[in-house]
Write a protein that binds this ligand. Sequence first.
Ligand SMILES: NC(=O)c1ccc[n+]([C@@H]2O[C@H](COP(=O)([O-])OP(=O)(O)OC[C@H]3O[C@@H](n4cnc5c(N)ncnc54)[C@H](O)[C@@H]3O)[C@@H](O)[C@H]2O)c1
Length: 348
Amino acid sequence: MHSDDGVPSGAHLRVLVTGGAGYVGSACLRALLKAGHEAWALDDLSAGNAAAVPDGRLFEGDVRECAWMTGLMQRLRVNAVIHAAALASVPESLENPGGYWSVNLDGTRAVLEAMTAAGAARLVMSSTAAVYRSGLTAPIREDDPLDPETPYGASKLAAELAARDHARRHGLQVMALRYFNAAGADADGLHGEARAHETHVIPLLLDTALGRRPIFEVFGTRWPTPDGACVRDYVSITDLARAHRLALTAPAPAPFTACNLGAGAGVSVLELVDAVRAITGRSVSVREAAPRPGDPAVLVADISRAHAVLGWRPGHSALPDILASAWAWRRSHPNGYDAPAPAGTGAS
Ligand SMILES: NC(=O)c1ccc[n+]([C@@H]2O[C@H](COP(=O)([O-])OP(=O)(O)OC[C@H]3O[C@@H](n4cnc5c(N)ncnc54)[C@H](O)[C@@H]3O)[C@@H](O)[C@H]2O)c1
């Protein structure tokens, strides 16, 4: 039997979502609850928002605390884990590599140990396009060379390898989902991207359209791309959440399987600026800035394996859909979860 979005509805899942108060993790959590499964968030709230998690579903703590996590998984009788907790900013990882290795690798190892001790058999882990070698020809396939440029990408690849090794030795099933650029907001307009220190391109552009930032910086305009700007692949969090639900129940072809998740199409930063102007009807001032270290020119996913393994295809990742949902969220919540915009302000 399948639910209306094609996900098998037979299995009853009890899922702990690490990083479940974060942008992607909370979207996965809400999708699981909506589909009738049991799900809880584990998050230290270093970057997440308690308000993104339905009442009574949040356990506050550090993903590196293995004994505490084991007890929690046992108490909740968890049979699967989505591991999204991580430090997740490329520029920040260049300044603080040690923190990235600690949370992203040690945290993953603690999750693996806790799952084995608690008898949870299926892990779906957040991975990233940053694990691939820079400069690969698009679209990027899962068997392309893995050779991360940054501490962020290296720590995420190390986490994948730790999970692969653990899966082979302890009988766990692991799906590593390598997202390209997660984007957009929930269709109900109640949840979206909200970070204290924002570095992601779409929220920065929308804040410029709202007049909350004076200018948007384009990092490099002489890349080897048709218009000289970086090209990225944006996938909606609605599609990501559905891929996680599928990955929790799909027959696993091997103890460890990695799948790219993207729209399978590239958008340049300058095309994105134009699309934001069109969707918002507002002006967006732009200035060129130096290219950032660790930024590849083009990142576009080959998503055929996600279709073959998970039966997944994006359905909500057309750029206008992503931007419309992100704009609705940003306009109604310019301060994130802290304070929705009062009616009649410039933000509404
Ligand atoms: N957003 C993207 O475009 C993108 C792309 C590729 C991969 N990813 C991966 O997806 C996952 C989620 O990313 P996101 O964009 O939702 O980021 P996010 O910062 O919104 O979510 C990460 C969550 O992890 C929590 N966290 C951090 N350290 C923790 C710790 N030690 N213990 C417990 N919780 C901790 C944070 O509080 C936060 O809620 C990450 O693993 C990231 O590497 C994200």
